[in-house]
Design a protein around this ligand. Sequence first.
Ligand SMILES: NC(=O)c1ccc[n+]([C@@H]2O[C@H](COP(=O)([O-])OP(=O)(O)OC[C@H]3O[C@@H](n4cnc5c(N)ncnc54)[C@H](OP(=O)(O)O)[C@@H]3O)[C@@H](O)[C@H]2O)c1
Length: 370
Amino acid sequence: MSVECFVTGGTGFIGQHLVAYLSAKGHTVRVLMRRPERLAALREQVGNLGGIATRVFAVAGDLERDNLGLSFADREMLRQASVVFHLGAHFAWGLSLEHSRAVNVEGAKRVALLAAEQKSRLVSIGGYMLKNHEHLQRIGIDLHYPGLTNWPAVYRHVGAYEGSKLEAHFATLELMSAKGGEMTVVHPATVCGHSRTGHILDGQPLVALIRNLVLGKLTAVPGTAEHWLPLVTVDYLVELVAACAFDPAMRGQELLALDDQTPNLRELLVQAAQPLGLKSPKHYIPLRLLRLLLRIHPVARFLNTNPEALDFIQTTRFDTEAVEQFAKRHGIAKPDIRLSLQHTAMFVNSYCIPKGKDVNRPRIRGGCSV
Ligand SMILES: NC(=O)c1ccc[n+]([C@@H]2O[C@H](COP(=O)([O-])OP(=O)(O)OC[C@H]3O[C@@H](n4cnc5c(N)ncnc54)[C@H](OP(=O)(O)O)[C@@H]3O)[C@@H](O)[C@H]2O)c1
């Protein structure tokens, strides 16, 4: 069965893979694009990722604009969409509260309103920290009445990107409940490259970690032997997201997409270093000390690390029974995370790290920046 899908964030890392997957399954995919003139490049990339380029179309718009900045004609055409996938977000460290709210919170509400008005299923991408209720309470979120949360204080605590993602989640749930809309939320762990090709885009937290390892900037493991950075591969994630969209049992449900076989952080670095013939750090640096050091600007610059990234390194373990059962029910195989990490490390080393005299050359097409 072929259906019409509307995707925000379809030019981003997870989005490109989702658009490729949906189009390969025969669906028509309309992508919200701030720069629709880049459709040809997106189609080429969709083709590279195994999708069907001719099933992909651009819809000019912007999450920051009223009614997403859609033209009247596009707004009418989107009414045919059975599913709205919301992946668009400004994903970066060091954002301002105003900007992150404008894109990530108000943008999410605009997409939710569109989905609710036309009775499309909304599939929204949250983040795995939303499944760590102790953490949410610790940073000041009122889980019973999220509207009573002092959001600016939460933003100051966890950074504007993460704060805005958390606020967006609760604001979207509230809006969809008020409008009687249908919604499913998938909460991914930090996303690892494609399990076979290692494909990943620059700007992803895992790229920054592997790049620091390759450049010798990671001389100690942040945290302790109990700390880990939970991962999920991008290909497993998009299969889960797509299955959620067409499964009636997932209406009103939230799914944690996290691979509990992810090794602890030290072993993760061993896996990433091994195919590159690199040594991985053996000693640990307490997170508190690292945070203090990162307040010293030259140290932060040298270590190439942002304190906001450290919040995702933690000791909490998650219950993944639901996702295992869901994947089994839909025949979705979970890739080997250690092998996927090795492939990702090789991809990052080949395409995301400028080498010698190539430093000033543009990156290759199909590489890390496309
Ligand atoms: N990657 C992870 O580890 C991870 C983990 C958990 C949750 N998530 C969530 O998953 C979603 C996708 O993440 P990603 O890693 O694929 O991010 P990404 O690669 O940074 O892509 C972000 C996407 O959002 C679009 N976007 C940004 N600002 C926009 C605006 N004002 N209007 C319209 N589109 C806009 C970008 O479009 P342009 O091409 O125009 O810039 C791009 O397509 C996000 O919601 C993120 O919070 C990601």
